[in-house]
Design a protein around this ligand. Structure first.
Ligand SMILES: Nc1ncnc2c1ncn2[C@@H]1O[C@H](COP(=O)(O)OP(=O)(O)OP(=O)(O)O)[C@@H](O)[C@H]1O
Length: 510
């Protein structure tokens, strides 16, 4: 290789200096620096609200920066919009998806970039050929091009979003927590795909709160804290502990709390012959007071439906007993009846969990407003005190409690949902992927909190798409397969291998 060529191969593809962005009084980025090369997977790490999404929104043309400079290929770069970013070869796959529910998978992938005939109409034959070629080239998990997007699960929609990013054939692909909505097998596929893209000479900027993933694929990493860059490393030259300490600004002793079972014999939630639609049939289990009961299995086997139906958000048949009393759960409002009720942390943060145009305070307190009302009068003081307690406890990074939930970072939105659930005081908690998008420091705190709540007599049903969480946090794990409980794992039998074995055996035979 000539000297010049060698130099250009080693040259940074992206160089960022002094990048700043404010939203009113909120500093999202302050003098951030970053540099990354073609052909590498570059992880971007930082706790919730550190500025990662803002940074990639700027890179991908969705948001304009206030100060600083970006060079791409040594040339000044300041995209006016996503199309301009795309023209320079940059595409991003965001945490919150940008797809259109009424269109098909294929129409979403090529939206505004459909191949055209010479008459200017969409060339459907060519579009189908390109779709199939794309899905095959990157071994996409099964997707039907004609399927309407609204019928897909969150994980399937995330995969369509990835296909949409790749359809632009970008030189720089940004993945913002793209694995967080994916089940284990699909997440593994995406990690392989990421390495494949790097080996094709592309730069992949990879954001994830899962350290094991970063370890598996990143060549280098940059760490943000409070909107600024605190460090950049070769991945193999730095330990997990050092990374976490730099991310959260303090030492984290351990991620998972000690598992000391506090389950009693009292049944908090007894479920018999529970069925819902075609996805759940005849589910029986008992969740005990003081227990953290995990729900695992392959995606699409009924876990989501179980949580939704138990909460009363979808119709179901069978019987449910709460603290020994038979209940009929017709809708979520009925499920939320104070201390004897059920509360849910749902999968869909934006659809079910949060009111994006309401403040952090309102989101936390709207469904429990009675707690602050005495003789028909609302005590703002009492409300403010509880909101402050919850914001401090969960380290929700908001300018003030009046900041709109829609403008919080993804992980901080998840924390508000968690806080809202805690304020209901319900003692049967249905936690569906409660740490999705949450940073490692807060994850540790949420796990500890789950154990503390269990020790205080709460009963927790817990699903996580990150299997190690189930293995380390749950007292027992129900493995759901084809809408039924295929196995209940306890003690030393709780491991990723055993969960997968129970989840897959019959599926293979079927
Ligand atoms: N439109 C907006 N209006 C007001 N504040 C905003 C807006 N967008 C982002 N912010 C704030 O900027 C800060 C950085 O947010 P950002 O989404 O970049 O964090 P992040 O590192 O991606 O976090 P996470 O890991 O939770 O996704 C946060 O405090 C957030 O509330």
């Amino acid at each position: 290789m000539s000297g010049e060529l060698f130099e250009s191969a080693c040259m940074d593809l992206v160089t960022v200096n002094g990048l700043s962005k404010r939203y009113g009084g909120i500093v999202a980025l302050s003098e951030a620096t970053f540099s990354a090369r073609a052909g590498e997977v570059h992880a971007l790490l930082g706790e919730n609200g550190a500025g990662k999404s803002t940074f990639i929104q700027i890179l991908s043309g969705a948001v304009r920066h206030d100060g600083g400079s970006i060079l791409v290929d040594g040339q000044d770069y300041r995209p006016a919009n996503p199309d301009a970013a795309q023209a320079r070869g940059i595409a991003a796959v965001f945490q919150e998806l940008s797809l259109i529910p009424d269109l098909s998978v294929e129409q979403n992938i090529w939206f505004r970039h459909e191949p055209r005939t010479w008459l200017g109409t969409v060339n459907r034959t060519e579009m189908r050929r390109k779709t199939l070629a794309l899905l095959e080239k990157y071994s996409f998990p099964a997707l039907r091009p004609d399927q309407e997007l609204r019928r897909l699960t969150l994980a399937e929609r995330q995969i369509v979003e990835i296909a949409k990013g790749l359809a632009k054939d970008p030189r720089i692909l940004i993945l913002d927590e793209a694995t967080s909505a994916l089940p284990a097998r699909e997440a593994e596929w995406l990690l392989k795909l990421t390495r494949q893209l790097a080996s094709e000479g592309r730069l992949v900027i990879f954001i994830s709160h899962r350290m094991a993933e970063v370890r598996a694929i990143a060549d280098r990493l940059t760490i943000f804290r409070n909107g600024s860059t605190v460090a950049a490393h070769e991945a193999n030259a730095v330990s997990d502990n050092e990374i976490v300490t730099q991310m959260i600004g303090r030492h984290l002793d351990r991620l998972y709390p000690e598992r000391v079972s506090t389950a009693t014999d009292r049944i908090a939630l007894g479920v018999k012959g529970f069925s819902s639609g075609s996805r759940l049939s005849g589910v029986d289990f008992a969740l005990r007071e003081g227990e953290v009961l995990g729900v695992g299995g392959l995606q699409g086997h009924g876990q989501r439906e179980l949580f939704q139906a138990l909460f009363g958000a979808t119709r179901a048949s069978g019987s449910i007993e709460l603290w020994g009393k038979p209940v009929s759960i017709g809708n979520p409002r009925q499920a939320l009846t104070g201390k004897d009720g059920i509360a849910l942390v749902p999968e869909d943060r934006r659809g079910q969990g949060l009111l994006l145009t309401k403040s952090v305070r309102e989101n936390l307190t709207l469904s429990v407003i009675k707690r602050f009302t005495e003789n028909g009068l609302l005590s703002r003081q009492k409300e403010a005190a509880l909101v402050k307690e919850m914001v401090d406890f969960l380290r929700i990074k908001a300018g003030t409690p009046e900041q709109l939930a829609g403008t919080l970072s993804g992980g901080n939105q998840q924390k508000v949902i968690f806080g809202k659930m805690l304020l209901t005081q319900a003692r049967v908690l249905l936690l569906y992927d409660p740490t999705r998008g949450v940073d490692v420091g807060t994850k540790g705190e949420i796990f500890q909190l789950m154990r503390d709540l269990a020790a205080r007599g709460y009963a927790i049903l817990f699903h996580s798409s990150d299997m190690p969480e189930l293995v380390h946090v749950a007292d027992r794990v129900l493995v759901v397969r084809n809408g039924r409980i295929a196995a209940t794992l306890e003690g030393d039998h709780i491991s990723e291998e055993e969960i997968l074995r129970a989840a897959m055996l019959e599926t293979r035979a079927a």
